[in-house]
Design a protein around this ligand. Structure first.
Ligand code: CTP
Length: 407
């Protein structure tokens, strides 16, 4: 973080077993130059001691409204925060926050702050799915709070399901994103964004496939940024070796046909669909059920064409849905990068095409991208050597501009 003064973030911690993971969030934020004040509830302190929070944040821990009353902490803390994150958030906390209770310091902070608030719930699946919790989450979201979807995985004890705290680093990333956006409130709340990422693999036999070099970095950055801006995000991930972004529902696929089915299933109620995945145009007609041996004549592999998922989404589009394609292009004798891309936008019929010039070193697997966003209405915006996060924000800005006003 740069700037005249370090941004100030309140990390609220509530009483769940995942409270120890808040330590990792605090550490990551302080490493990035953020000034952190920890506000644990009394039950959080039964899981992690005050000394740990004080040592990690470098500040005394604010626990109740009765300490240092002359400083009016229940008002000043919230007022001076640049962002507030609650990690983990229990079902009880969500209920109290939805009611606007302020009988502890964290409740008071939430009522006094006007900064972006990110809440990372963790609880058992039954509690997360209970209608009372659903209603509380909906209330908080309707007030502009980013409530991250919990991850699916192992819960406390032997059971597993939805309710796990997302990875602490990815929660910290959402907070850093909110700080970078300078206090702008989440503009994709209530929207469903579907992102495809990675590269499909078309099997030849049980050990071989036809694949491509897509790393999934750009698609994952888009999913993370959309969740940080408040959207419900479905990430259809094809063969990506990256940590799940916080607050995102991940659907894993292998082949183009699986990706096609998963994206269409999620698209039914989507407000925006971003096809960042590199989808194989062809797949072997036959997949051998045994490993092909080399002591035969080299096999010719007959290929069939896969459906163009992007074009099929455009055909099935519902009113107001914004559909975004990606195109990795190089110039050639037939035309420049932008000429190829303009033709592709017209052929595919999508609303936006994010054009990635891959003639140079950037593109697959690189940390930065130089892109142009072409819109069906003819507008063009160019962005040079931007981080994939910044590209993601630019693409989401372009989408937000096209989305019809929400009812
Ligand atoms: N795409 C798709 N389904 C396919 C192939 C591509 O949905 N079977 C999508 C990609 O996700 C991307 C866009 O189409 O958003 C453009 O992909 P690209 O490979 O550049 O375009 P192609 O249509 O395959 O054209 P070509 O390879 O001939 O340039």
């Amino acid at each position: 973080m740069s700037g005249a003064h370090a941004p100030h973030v309140i990390v609220g911690v509530t009483g769940g077993i995942a409270a120890y993971k808040a330590c990792e969030v605090i550490r990551r934020l302080t490493e990035q130059g953020v000034d952190v004040t920890v506000v644990p509830t009394l039950s959080a302190l039964r899981f992690v001691g005050e000394a740990t929070f004080a040592a990690l944040s470098g500040h005394p821990v604010a626990t109740d409204v009765w300490t240092e009353v002359q400083d009016v902490p229940h008002v000043t803390l919230g007022r001076h925060a640049d962002a507030v994150v609650v990690v983990p958030a229990t079902a009880d906390f969500l209920a109290r926050a939805a009611q606007g209770r302020s009988d502890d310091l964290l409740g008071a902070v939430l009522l006094t702050t006007r900064a972006p608030v990110v809440v990372a719930p963790a609880m058992h699946t039954e509690m997360w799915e209970h209608p009372a919790t659903r209603a509380n989450v909906a209330t908080l979201r309707s007030r502009g709070i980013v409530v991250l979807e919990p991850a699916v995985g192992r819960l406390t004890g032997p059971d597993s399901g939805k309710g796990r705290l997302p990875e602490p680093t990815s929660i910290a990333d959402v907070v850093l994103q909110a700080l970078r956006r300078g206090g702008a409130l989440p503009d994709l709340l209530g929207r469903h964004v579907v992102v495809s990422a990675g590269g499909t693999r078309e099997p030849i036999d049980p050990v071989r496939f036809i694949g491509n070099r897509s790393s999934g970095l750009q698609g994952y950055a888009l999913a993370a940024m959309a969740a940080g801006r408040g959207a419900r995000v479905t990430l259809v991930s094809a063969n990506v070796d990256l940590a799940d972004p916080a607050g995102v529902d991940v659907v894993r696929v292998g082949t183009a046909a699986e990706l096609d089915a998963a994206v269409h299933a999620a698209a039914a109620d989507a407000d925006a669909i971003i096809m960042a995945a590199a989808v194989a145009d062809f797949a072997p007609v036959e997949v051998a059920d045994h490993k092909l041996k080399k002591d035969v004549a080299p096999p010719a592999i007959a290929l069939r064409r896969n459906r163009d998922v992007l074009a099929s989404l455009v055909e099935a589009r519902r009113p107001g849905q914004v559909i975004v394609g990606f195109a990795a292009e190089t110039g050639d004798a037939e035309g420049s990068v932008l000429e190829h891309a303009t033709r592709k936008l017209a052929v595919k019929g999508c609303d936006l095409l994010v054009v990635n010039d891959v003639s140079g070193a950037e593109g697959f697997g690189s940390a930065t991208n130089t892109i142009t966003i072409l819109a069906a209405n003819g507008s063009q915006q160019a962005f040079h050597s931007m981080s994939k996060q910044a590209v993601a924000d630019a693409v989401l800005d372009a989408i937000a501009e096209q989305l019809p006003a929400s009812q």
